[in-house]
Design a protein around this ligand. Structure first.
Ligand code: OGA
Ligand code: MN
Length: 276
């Protein structure tokens, strides 16, 4: 196994590895690289749904607890992202993640790691883009670090759901299962002690701030985090497995010609700690 940097500040490509048969020592090395570099790309894998789940389990408890609509029927730990419709039934969720975000920040124990595996990819478009909110934290002034370090932010699944066009209203049970949670705006990574902005635009608002001003603050911090020169844009090939650390990274999906191309992705998430 060899790990090559993608940018100076974050990202790594893992070569000479078969994720179906990794040794314990390799897991330790991969985990270290992942928390330090934020996102790892492993090309040319051949993974069945259970291979992705087994690999993910090395990194913590596999969990997907939000929407049951797009789980793989044969393996509910795997969530499907796709524009493919078979016999009138969508194979997966075609529409999520086009705004910069971090995964499932509205949970009390948000996702630590997301594993995304490409089965079918368009020849153009549909890149997934990454930026580091640890790098952007480091770029803040001392005064900003002090100020933002004191801000608590309310994250709300209901708020996120409200931004989804044409989505059915949440049921009482869903609302009960997904109460709002409060996380710090600056979180400290449990393994590396590195600080990072924890940003969920459209799904969160700072406490003790006027909503419009709070929303503007979160969006402006996300804009600073995702300036073009700080972004890695991953162009997918079938067989790519990309894993990222949601404690330090933000990411987004990008568009593609859905009428023309098929996209099929399998996704597994590992639950994290309570942000602090
Ligand atoms: C995700 C996600 C982006 C993409 O799986 O969490 O944001 O490009 N995916 O599918
Ligand atoms: Mn996502």
């Amino acid at each position: 196994m060899r790990i090559q940097s993608i940018t100076d500040d974050f990202g790594g490509t893992v070569e000479d590895i078969d994720l179906r048969t990794i040794a314990n020592g390799e897991v330790t090395e991969l985990r270290l690289a992942l928390v330090q570099r934020g996102v790892l790309v492993c090309r040319s894998q051949t993974l069945q749904p259970e291979d992705i789940v087994n690999f993910a389990r090395h990194f913590g408890p596999v969990e997907y607890g939000v929407r049951e609509d797009f789980q793989l029927p044969s393996n509910p730990d795997v969530y499907v992202i796709s524009n493919i419709v078979e016999n009138g039934k969508p194979l997966g969720n075609p529409n999520d993640g086009f705004a910069w975000h971090t995964d499932l920040s509205f949970l009390a124990h948000p996702t630590a790691f997301t594993f995304l595996y490409a089965l079918e990819t368009p020849p153009e478009g549909a890149n997934t883009e990454f930026a580091s909110a640890a790098v952007s934290y480091d770029r803040l002034s001392d005064e900003e670090k002090r100020q933002y370090g004191q801000i608590a932010v309310r994250h709300s699944y209901e708020m996120l759901h409200g931004t989804r066009k044409g989505a059915r209203p949440l049921t009482e049970a869903e609302l009960l299962a997904m109460p709002d949670v409060v996380h710090p705006l600056v979180r400290t990574h449990p393994d590396t002690a590195r600080k990072a902005l924890y940003l969920g635009p459209d799904t969160s608002l700072p406490m003790d701030m006027e909503p419009a001003a709070g929303d503007a603050l979160i969006h402006s911090l996300m804009d600073r985090t995702t300036q073009r020169e700080l972004v890695y844009s991953h162009a997918w090939r079938p067989g790519d497995l990309v894993v990222w650390d949601n404690r330090t990274m933000v990411h987004r999906a990008t568009e593609y010609d859905r009428g023309r191309y098929r996209r099929l992705m399998h996704r597994v998430t590992v639950r994290g700690e309570r942000p602090s």
